[in-house]
Design a binder for this molecule. Sequence first.
Ligand code: C2E
Ligand code: MG
Ligand code: MG
Ligand code: MG
Length: 283
Amino acid sequence: YAKKAGRDNYKLFEPYMAEQESEQFDSEQTLSQAIAEKSAFSMLYQPRVDANKEIVGFEALVRFTNPSGLFVPPSQFIPLAEESNLIVPLEELIFELVFAQIAQWKKTFAVLPRVSINLSGKHLLSDGLLPFLKTAMQRYGIRGEWFEIEVTEGVFLADIETCIDVMQKLHSLNIAISIDDFGTGYSSLNYLKTLPVDILKIDRSFVNECAVKEEDAKICSTIITLAESLGLSTVAEGVETAEQFEFLLSNGCSEFQGYHFFRPLSADKVTQHLGQLNELSVS
Ligand code: C2E
Ligand code: MG
Ligand code: MG
Ligand code: MG
């Protein structure tokens, strides 16, 4: 009579719930089937630029088209995948898609800026990650220097010892690590000196109003100073205006990402940019 809902919550089953439950079941079903079939997922790549607005990296962002042809944003299916056990197979598929793409670009272009890949905390802490990565890197001929892994702060609270261990192992494969959405989680400064991280990505919520709000300006400049003093570099996320860029630049931010420079691009568009980038580097 009582139905299991969520983690350890039991609630009484009421008729009106049937619809919700079956919808939930449906989308989980759909997602798991889509992962098995692989074809509904694709990647976009958002450029990251330096102080001269030159492309120095790309962030791989997943897109999902559901069976009815509807576009489902990652904010809807990534949390669902994290709640169920689908996040690991989903992210393994994402690694494969990105590695295949990197391998293809590498065949054509001598200069290929690093591609960063988002990783869920649950996956970072799972036993399978390192063996999977080693095998996949070998299979696609990918070197650790060619990509980077983004994790959010939440995972440090879950199991700091395992985080340190896994991140050190990623480093020994020459994979750089960035903390995504920095400033929105609960990580203590103590974590920052203990963890083998390379880059802090300043969350969009601070960047948003850094050119108009004193508090946000101070948060951004403090994160940049903190990063510098720890020998880390900074990426500002969600830069949308010239004013935000100027402010962050004058405060020493190293790299920038956002609609002011580029939207997430298709692989074909990236290929065009890589063509230009490689011509420039030859001449
Ligand atoms: P994120 O990792 O912080 O990615 C940046 C998000 O900000 C992307 O949204 C990007 O399209 C958006 N963005 C970039 N520039 C701007 C800007 O100037 N203004 C605004 N308003 N937004 C901007 P997207 O692609 O919808 O992804 C949302 C989140 O979903 C990501 O946040 C990430 O947490 C997650 N996600 C996306 N792809 C993956 C993936 O392959 N694996 C995992 N685990 N998570 C992913
Ligand atoms: Mg990210
Ligand atoms: Mg982010
Ligand atoms: Mg963000």
